[in-house]
Write a protein that binds this ligand. Structure first.
Ligand code: ADP
Length: 248
């Protein structure tokens, strides 16, 4: 098992990439602190893990709220005594160009997609320094290419990449690695409604060389590698998991 005796905090663990990663990490021996603001969904994730005799706790939190973040970091320490992996994965997608995006949607994207990473990293870093742990941030292919019709998403995911690089450099000497994963379009809660419209579905598929969308497990396996000691010489990187989209 790749994550035996590791403790992993996973945000957005109620759905999609976060849930798949929580389940895979638990199968690989990690103890999971599953965080989401959807209480029912995150309880469900934890139930699936506990049914397989692995260890997990659910914490309901808004990752963009300072007090909530402090609370889930503290819960991890109180329950398991250490933090080895912080997977900053919760995120929101708001469609719209600059003209179509209102200031509320813009600010909400900033809060959840980037400020939340700052808060969780800030409160987790003392514990990660102790464990020589690592952080994985969910960015997006949309942070690399000129991603259309979702300006707040593209801008905040670009910020995730520079946040990842800068933090990686700041903490490399202290033994804490920081990497990002850049999913292409995935079959998750975020895209569920959009993908039901055939034209939109075809529009998502057409630029992807592998001609399929990403599955939650595609991301989970990338997060498993980056989170494990097998990736111990990799920091500051953004790993696209996108069927070749950003290469085309
Ligand atoms: P994806 O897996 O593609 O990122 P999903 O919508 O399936 O998309 O999963 C995102 C998860 O993040 C959801 O479970 C959602 O409840 C969670 N989430 C979104 N915003 C917040 C927030 N502010 N605080 C905590 N969790 C959040």
């Amino acid at each position: 098992m790749l994550l035996e005796n590791k403790v992993a905090i996973i945000t957005g663990a109620g759905s999609g990439f976060g849930r798949a990663t929580a389940e895979l990490y638990a199968n690989e021996g990690a103890k999971i602190v599953a965080v989401d603001f959807n209480e029912e969904a995150v309880q469900e994730t934890v139930q699936v893990i506990q049914d397989k005799e692995s260890e997990a706790i659910a914490v309901t939190a808004d990752v963009s709220k300072d007090a909530d973040v402090k609370n889930f970091i503290q819960k991890a320490i109180d329950t398991y005594g250490q933090i080895d992996i912080l997977f900053n994965n919760a995120g929101v997608y708001a469609p719209g160009t600059v003209e179509e995006t209102d200031i509320e949607d813009w600010n909400h994207s900033l809060d959840v997609n980037i400020t939340a990473l700052f808060l969780a990293s800030k409160y987790a870093i003392p514990h990660l320094k102790e464990s020589k742990g690592n952080i994985i941030n969910t960015a997006s292919a949309g942070g690399i290419i000129g991603f259309p019709d979702a300006i707040s998403y593209a801008a905040t995911k670009g910020a995730v990449l520079s946040f990842t690089r800068a933090m990686a450099v700041d903490y490399a000497e202290e033994g804490v690695r920081v990497n990002a994963i850049c999913p292409g379009t995935g079959e998750t809660g975020m895209t569920k409604d959009l993908l039901e419209v055939d034209d939109i579905y075809q529009g998502f598929i057409s630029p992807i060389p592998m001609k399929r969308l990403g599955k939650p497990d595609d991301i989970a396996y990338a997060a498993l590698f980056l989170g494990s000691d097998q990736a111990s010489y990799i920091t500051g990187h953004a790993l696209p998991v996108d069927g070749g989209w950003t290469m085309s």
